[in-house]
Design a protein around this ligand. Structure first.
Ligand code: NAP
Length: 314
């Protein structure tokens, strides 16, 4: 028991260095965090919770280190349908499939949407359908830094890119380089974009149903998308009042599947659809609707929204 507690203490020190510095007794970490959350929305509530001078100073240090830089200069944006004309939205990975569908849907609702991607042909095709289309490699720190410096403040950020099916296949057959590539092309660029973007309203990431399934051949994809789903709640706490959510699609008919020859893809879709409660494969618009919902849902944060035709209950 003592050993177990010591190990937990080590873990707490690793994840919460502030706590170890202050030698907080076991069991007080949870109340401290919720107390800080309350104190952000209601200064009066800061009087409650753990109480005492030490608690107050812990709160002050916690807010100073983790809270204030995010809170300063950021006001909560509460878009409604009638306000969409005022919204500036960046969709990274917005020149194809899910991202492009979301871009068109939000543009039709009056939002100013800037999409990014790498391929000049896809960018040229998207350009006339949205407010702006910029060549940005989401995996390039330089590209991403410069892009967000150019763009300035935005209301909403949607992260909808990935390196496709890289890492797909039984673990025994997948190279470590592919698995690393799957992370390098999605998880790390999503984190970097969130670091660099000046967002006032919400961040919506696209994960995948594979994160919570038991599909052979999906180990690397489950790892990447599971990581993305797992960061939603701590980010929502850390970036508040900016909201952070994810949409978790099932199989959606987009160019993501272009690694399969046409006939194999059709067979795959038919077989997946037959097992789904919805009895059809997903369309990009299904996911775009969920993205638009989360962008406008002022009271929803820290959520992973499955949009998978019932895949995760089938
Ligand atoms: N389709 C599905 O069945 C499915 C299921 C679950 C989850 N998802 C997830 O949904 C998201 C969207 O996928 P999708 O199906 O819409 O795929 P898609 O049609 O292939 O679109 C991917 C988009 O991301 C861009 N992109 C890829 N790598 C990029 C990079 N390094 N930097 C900037 N842009 C990049 C692509 O443009 P360029 O290639 O020109 O850069 C394109 O605009 C992905 O995160 C994917 O993992 C898809």
């Amino acid at each position: 028991m003592a050993l177990a507690w010591r190990e937990q203490g080590e873990a707490r020190r690793f994840f919460f260095p502030m706590f170890s510095m202050m030698d907080i007794p076991p069991g007080q970490a949870g109340p401290l965090i919720s107390d800080v959350r309350q104190s952000r929305s209601s200064p009066a509530s800061a009087q409650h919770g753990l109480g005492g001078a030490r608690t107050t100073s812990i709160k002050r240090i916690w807010i100073t280190v983790f809270g204030l830089p995010r809170l300063m200069g950021q006001t909560q944006h509460s878009p409604t349908e009638s306000e969409t004309h005022a919204m500036r939205v960046v969709i990274m990975g917005g020149t194809s499939g899910i991202g492009l569908s979301a871009a068109e849907r939000l543009t039709a609702a009056g939002a100013e949407v800037i999409v990014t991607g790498r391929d000049p042909e896809k960018l040229a095709a998207a350009k006339d359908r949205v407010a702006g289309a910029e060549q940005v490699d989401g995996a390039s720190e330089t590209d991403v830094t410069e892009f967000f410096e150019r763009t300035g403040a935005i209301d909403h950020l949607v992260l909808a890119f990935s390196p496709g099916a890289l890492g797909f296949g039984p673990l025994a057959d997948v190279s470590l380089a592919s698995i690393r590539g799957a992370f390098d092309g999605k998880l790390f660029p999503y984190l970097y974009a969130i670091q660099k973007a000046d967002v006032t309203g919400s961040v919506t990431m696209i994960s995948a149903a594979t994160a919570r399934a038991a599909l052979p051949g999906s180990v690397a994809l489950a790892a990447v998308n599971g990581a993305i789903e797992r960061i939603v709640s701590p980010l929502a706490a850390e970036l508040a009042p900016v909201r952070v959510n994810a949409v978790a699609p099932g199989a959606v008919d987009t160019p993501w599947w272009s690694f399969l020859p046409e006939d194999q893809r059709a067979a795959q879709f038919t077989s997946v659809a037959a097992d789904l409660p919805a009895k059809r494969i997903g369309r990009p618009g299904d996911i775009a609707n969920a993205i638009a919902y989360l962008i406008g849902a002022d009271y929803v944060t820290g959520t992973v929204l499955p949009v998978d035709g019932g895949f995760t209950v089938a």
